[in-house]
Design a protein around this ligand. Sequence first.
Ligand code: G6P
Length: 457
Amino acid sequence: MATVLVASNRGPVSYVRRDDGTLDARRGGGGLVSGLSAVAAEDSLWVCAALGDGDREAVRRGVAEPGVRMLDIDPGVYDDAYNGIANSVLWFLHHHLYDVPREPVFDAEFRRRWASYRAYNRAFAEALAEAAEDGACVLVQDYHLALVPGQLRELRPDLRIGHFTHTPWASPDSLRMLPQDVREELVRGMLGADELGFHTWSWAQAFVSGSRLDDEGRTARVRVYPLGVDGEDLRALAYRPAVDERLARLREETGGRRTIARVDRTELSKNILRGLLAYRELLMVHPEWRGRVVHLASAYPSRQDLEAYRSYTAAVTELAEEINAEFGTPDWQPVLVSVRDDFTRSLAVYRMADVALVNPVRDGMNLVAKEIPVVSEAGCALVLSDGAGAYEELREDALTVNPYDVTATAEALHQALSMPSAERAERTKRLAAAATALPPQQWFRKQLEALRALPEE
Ligand code: G6P
């Protein structure tokens, strides 16, 4: 039995089946993983989904990391819940990604998937109810598991339940696209928690204004915990010989030119296409940068089961090729795109970048905007969209842009490239201080303490 439980779709570890049939455990990265490892005690448990064949095989063979329980959910139900609802409906609503003349369509197929989403949430609620000690604290993560707090409270009213949303929260108008009963089920599910956490005040306020229900339900407390980065950990990772080597190679590839860097998942909300258009406009309007700058665009392949993501990834590569064809010369390639999961390369890019471009249309937090200033060697000017959660903490020392305004973004890139190096270094220092204000361990501990401090019901 556990006194502290975490639930998330993606867990801290995942298994890959080797050719010889044995299973290889790979530790996942990210703030949540390092945040929890700090509080992981004998009696803590992390409940997550088995994501692929390797994970399912591990569950079947009874292979597990201490303190981790993977749920082997029926693959069809899982696919409906993860791809069909969480990533195609909830993600799109919260990030305002719908192409409205065509989407969304809430038909019988949607209803079928919604029932799977409910069942997938229920599998988590049941596993948590079974494993939790009397009065235990449960911290449920993200939009995949929005119904868990309500379902779990029904099963175990004695538990202290928190829910944290890592995405933005949809504006009330966007949320109202959902069929009324589904919207109410979603909100009621969330309101099963004692405390609802968000990265920023904007997302918390959006939740509060879009969540008024007609009946008198329970009330949950809404609080803001802006996740930051662990500076020491990250610098230790970034200043390793393997990263030094990549850095030397990248410096050769870019011929010592100035660099504008971006690092994202291949994700629609990251606004990679408008970023490339802004770079193209920079080269058109400020020809003095031609031959003197390289745009390093790194994207980790993500959610490739969804057609919208596959075609977006292809469009990014095509646009980069167009720009290279339009402006490139025999000894200068204007854009270097890397669509690979390559964290070592990203760290090298973080160290060398003169300018970082973080221009999402909407983003829960965006940790890249916080990681780059912490790792940068000589200072990096940050061009930051006002749609990123990180904007609330970093806006003073970033060059901020409306993510839809390509011309303003091009101009901000020009200003960033032209910034005197002393100013750049000063701003980077202040950005790094803001970025490390609430590192993952403290972020997690604060939420746990808040739950523990709740009065007994
Ligand atoms: C966002 C979500 C996370 C999710 C991550 C990667 O940051 O808030 O919950 O894990 O994207 O997406 P994926 O679908 O690969 O888990």
